[in-house]
Design a protein around this ligand. Sequence first.
Ligand code: HEM
Length: 139
Amino acid sequence: MVIRRSSAAVSTDRRIGRRPVQDLDLGPVVLPRDAPVFREPFVTQRDQRWFDRPEEFSPGRWAEAAPQRPRFAWFPFGAGPRSCIGEHFGRLVLILAVATIAARWRLTPTRPISPAMRSLLTLKPRGAVWMLAQSRGKG
Ligand code: HEM
């Protein structure tokens, strides 16, 4: 739930690019062949049509019955035939890392955490995230 919520709020990839191989008529918009087109998980995953209170970190919501939303309203690993081949491995690593750290350490923010992000290849917090790490005494 934490992983799903985190990757909904702050997808690591800011934008995912494509170029149509031919003119693409989407009704109100025609995308010309070879035009750069960007899909932004960061934007879609904050759309209030699909996500209630998108700015709020509330992982418990993923335990509830999923509201009806389009299949690709959540796509931190991209979509389609060129989507991430490492999705399952990446999710497994994230789950193991969070579970391992959370089992051994209690992390408490010591300064307010700014929601500001910076976009390089991936999205990162703009400033440092200051945390106090306290051992849970489990080795
Ligand atoms: C949390 C971890 C990861 C995230 C959020 C992530 C995200 C993404 C995204 C958004 C794309 C672009 C998909 C698209 O264009 O539709 C991508 C592509 C790709 N990812 Fe990942 N990825 C992760 C981990 C990994 C890992 C662990 C591997 C390899 C072991 C991997 C290998 C790839 C490859 C090879 C592509 C290009 C696929 C293609 O163009 O056909 N990724 N990833």
